[in-house]
Ligand binder design. Structure first.
Ligand SMILES: Cc1cc2nc3c(=O)[nH]c(=O)nc-3n(C[C@H](O)[C@H](O)[C@H](O)COP(=O)(O)OP(=O)(O)OC[C@H]3O[C@@H](n4cnc5c(N)ncnc54)[C@H](O)[C@@H]3O)c2cc1C
Length: 466
């Protein structure tokens, strides 16, 4: 590492790497600390022999032309444009995703379809006379789609993803990122026409690097390393500050701990972890507030198969509660380079909380559970299984529980006192951001530091109504 590091970036996911890339390009001395053995964070691609898989299929889409150009240039034109083709498995049937009206009608039957339409119309009429008070996801969905639609489609999948009842999931999640509500938008589109508005989540093609989404992070790392170090297997364990000015980070790898000084500090690690790392520690009310912010975690189980292909799908959504799986994808349908010829693999996502029954299941049990479900769902045979891999992913989703904004705002207000500590990215800012926004927050903070474009921090980080 060069002497006189100027800017310390903690977390080598897309946000941290993008910030470091922009700062390195501008000639600044940056050091990146990444706790894992590889960069990429949630957007990394795991390699097992000749098989590759993302931590849940990651497609790159954006409405921001500058961000799209940034990614395409970084990949040096080496990307695929992949058609999207997905299904939802409900009531023991496969439905197209996005739903087509005919598909929905025949799948649900005419009486249920009529009930969906009449409930929706009732809510629309009610909304002419009152502004609905939307506090929870349930309130929001019922007032926008009607009660029948909520019960049939939203309830099970949302509760599976978030692990709490829809009445406890904050409406903020929906309003913060409508494309996150992909299931609902698809259904609404199937039954009722949108007013010409392009919905990000329904875009039918996306950009995908041939060797997996982790190629974006690997390219960023390679570019940064032309000028500056990216230290993997190195965790930040303490952030020393005085009078709201950070002066050093204590980093640790398996051999030693050391102190790195700098003038600016950028964090993309979980917001909760960052606050607990501050030395001296924040006041008790801040520690209490941060202890109330939670992330939803994920277990990924990949099953390698001695078969050329199982599906022709990008994703399959599995809302039903009697199936523990939440979503699956077959990486070979994203890029043919993700598995060797004549073989394929299915990647299954289990939404869970760190330390719960799913998280703690031994790997062998998770694999056999997955194979059993895939036998039922996709008619694979156990004798075709030639390998497996289990990856536990902490902090996959910020959990927006009703009332979280009070605690979140308190933490942000405290952090804003720091003059040289910047938080970025999905995990770092506790926002439901996709890759494009993670990249953008990294570049924005770099511009901020370089003094080019001061950010409007109030607008950027405080939740509505906070
Ligand atoms: C299942 C799933 C599917 C998704 N699909 C899509 C998709 O299709 N399209 C899309 O655009 N987005 C998708 N996303 C979102 C996307 O993954 C994120 O927006 C993006 O990866 C966030 O990057 P980040 O750098 O903000 O955070 P992270 O990727 O979380 O990076 C934080 C980094 O900090 C490191 N770290 C943590 N603690 C420490 C420490 N103490 N010291 C040093 N390092 C530390 C972590 O190891 C990690 O590398 C998906 C997310 C999930 C969970």
């Amino acid at each position: 590492m060069k002497d006189g590091t100027d800017i310390v970036v903690v977390g080598g996911g897309l946000a941290g790497l993008s910030a470091s890339f922009a700062l390195s390009r501008a000639g600044r001395r940056v050091a990146v600390f990444e706790g894992d053995s590889e960069v990429g964070g949630l957007s990394k691609t795991i390699r097992r022999g000749d098989f590759r898989f993302d931590l849940g299929g990651h497609r790159f889409i954006t409405k921001n032309e500058k961000t799209e150009r940034f990614v395409k240039t970084l990949l040096e034109g080496q990307y695929l444009t992949v058609p999207r083709k997905s299904k939802i498995y409900m009531q023991n049937k496969f439905f197209d995703y996005p739903l087509k009206p005919s598909n929905a009608l025949f799948g649900l039957g005419i009486p249920t379809t009529l009930k969906v339409i009449s409930d929706y119309s009732k809510e629309k009429i009610k909304n002419l006379f009152r502004t609905p008070k939307n506090i929870s996801l349930e309130d929001w969905v019922v007032s926008h789609f009607g009660r029948t639609m909520f019960t049939i489609y939203f309830k099970e999948y949302s509760e599976k993803v978030w692990g709490i009842e829809c009445s406890r999931i904050s409406e903020e999640w929906v309003s913060q990122r409508i494309s996150g509500l992909s299931l609902g938008v698809a259904i609404k589109n199937a039954f009722f026409k949108f007013s010409g508005q392009e919905v990000n989540t329904l875009v039918d093609r996306f950009i995908y690097p041939p060797m997996g989404i982790g190629q974006i992070s690997d390219r960023l790392k390679a570019e940064i390393e032309k000028e500056n170090p990216v230290l993997t297997n190195t965790r930040a364990v303490r952030i020393n500050h005085k009078n709201f000015l950070v002066d050093s980070v204590i980093a640790a790898n398996c051999d030693r701990r050391y102190e790195v000084r700098g003038s600016e500090f950028v964090s993309s690690i979980p917001l909760t972890g960052l606050v607990k790392m501050l030395a001296p520690p924040p006041p008790d009310d801040i520690l209490d507030a941060v202890s109330r912010l939670k992330y939803r975690d994920l277990v990924i189980v990949t099953v390698m198969l001695d078969r050329e292909r199982v599906t022709d799908l990008t994703w399959m959504y599995l809302p039903e509660q009697d199936m523990r799986l939440g979503r699956i994808h077959e990486p070979k349908n994203w890029s043919p380079h993700m598995a060797p010829e004549g073989k394929t693999h299915i990647v299954a996502e289990y939404f869970c909380f760190r330390g719960d029954g799913t998280w703690n299941l031994p790997d062998g049990r998770l694999v056999s559970l997955t194979v059993k479900q895939l036998e039922k769902l996709l008619a694979i045979r156990e004798s075709e299984v030639i390998g497996s891999c289990v990856v536990r992913v902490p902090g996959a989703y910020p959990l927006f529980e009703v009332g979280y904004t009070k605690h979140y705002s308190r933490v942000l207000r405290y952090l804003r006192n720091f003059r040289n500590l910047h938080i970025i990215g999905r995990t770092g800012m506790f926002k439901y951001y996709n890759m494009d926004r993670a990249i953008e927050t990294g570049i924005e903070v770099a511009e901020d530091i370089l003094g080019k474009q001061p950010r409007q921090k109030e607008r950027e980080t405080l939740p509505a109504g906070a």
